[in-house]
Write a protein that binds this ligand. Structure first.
Ligand code: 0WE
Length: 256
């Protein structure tokens, strides 16, 4: 039996633990038959990632901090050496210094702005540039966004500005890479209790009101983001590029 992603090789950035959106997409890609290569940021996250990687037969782990050009170059040199080519990149990485998500937006610091954009936006450009030469059969690049990019979500602050830049980056990368049959898309997921969302004050209230307002009357499950990632990775989405796909139980369509 041939699965939708049989023979495809995928590299996934942003697995921190078993609740990560990146992990959900990685599991979906693996179930669809892809070979999954998982990166972790540093030694601290290595142990957690190793346990997850071992649970996916054939998966491999690589260390790569996407804020370092040298580490990105090294990773893709290793992937080229070991696998020769690549079909899918999942970028599920974002960071702003904690204070930037607590204070008023008007107090955004120059350094907080720089870090948020470097880690959450520039990394997609750098990773796409390194991945593209390995995507000789064409490919699919997938990143994660959030509705705060478009409408004000109190305290999302500089991350919102970074996600707006990320969505625009998706369009410009889609234009550049279209000639190589490489598609670039974002998934805009509704709020999910992941490590990245933990400690965000008022997340509980937010999840409650999101579920009440969303047409489907509930919050999105991480596995639903995973299955959308599989769709965007597969030939079923071959006509879609430069797009932001909402996986938010319909929340974004509501005016009131
Ligand atoms: O993109 C995100 C969160 C990304 C994130 C989370 C953290 C927490 C720890 C980026 N940087 C940091 N820095 C840290 O120090 N989301 C979509 C989840 C999220 O974050 C919010 C939200 C939602 C939803 C922040 C404020 C309000 C709502």
């Amino acid at each position: 039996m041939s699965s939708t992603l049989e023979g495809r090789i995928a590299v996934v950035f942003g697995v921190a633990n078993k609740r990560s959106i990146a992990w959900s997409i990685a599991q979906g890609l693996h179930q669809a038959g892809a070979k999954v290569l998982i990166t972790y940021q540093n030694e601290r996250l290595e142990q957690e990632a190793k346990d997850l990687i071992e649970s996916l037969p054939g998966a491999e782990g690589y260390m790569c901090d996407v804020s370092s050009d040298a580490e990105i170059d090294k990773l893709f040199a290793q992937l080229k050496e070991r696998h020769g080519k690549l079909h899918v990149v999942v970028h599920s990485v974002a960071f702003a210094p904690a204070d930037e998500l607590k204070n008023d937006f008007i107090n955004t610091t120059r350094e907080g702005f720089r870090i948020a954009h470097d880690v959450s936006v520039y990394s997609l450009i750098a990773v796409s540039r390194a991945a593209a030469p390995l995507m000789t059969d064409g490919g699919s690049i997938i990143t994660m966004s959030y509705y705060g990019a478009e409408k004000v979500v109190p305290h999302y602050n500089v991350m919102a500005v970074a996600k707006a830049a990320l969505e625009c980056t998706v369009r410009y990368l889609a234009f550049d890479l279209g000639k190589h049959k490489i598609r670039v898309n974002a998934i805009s997921a509704g709020p999910i209790k992941t490590l990245a969302a933990r400690g965000i004050s008022g997340l509980g209230d937010m999840l409650k009101s999101h579920a009440e307002r969303a047409p489907l009357g509930r919050n999105v499950e991480v596995a639903e983001v995973g299955s959308t990632g599989v769709f965007l990775a597969s030939d079923g989405s071959s006509g879609i590029t430069g797009e932001v796909i909402y996986v938010d139980c319909g929340y974004n369509i509501m005016g009131f």
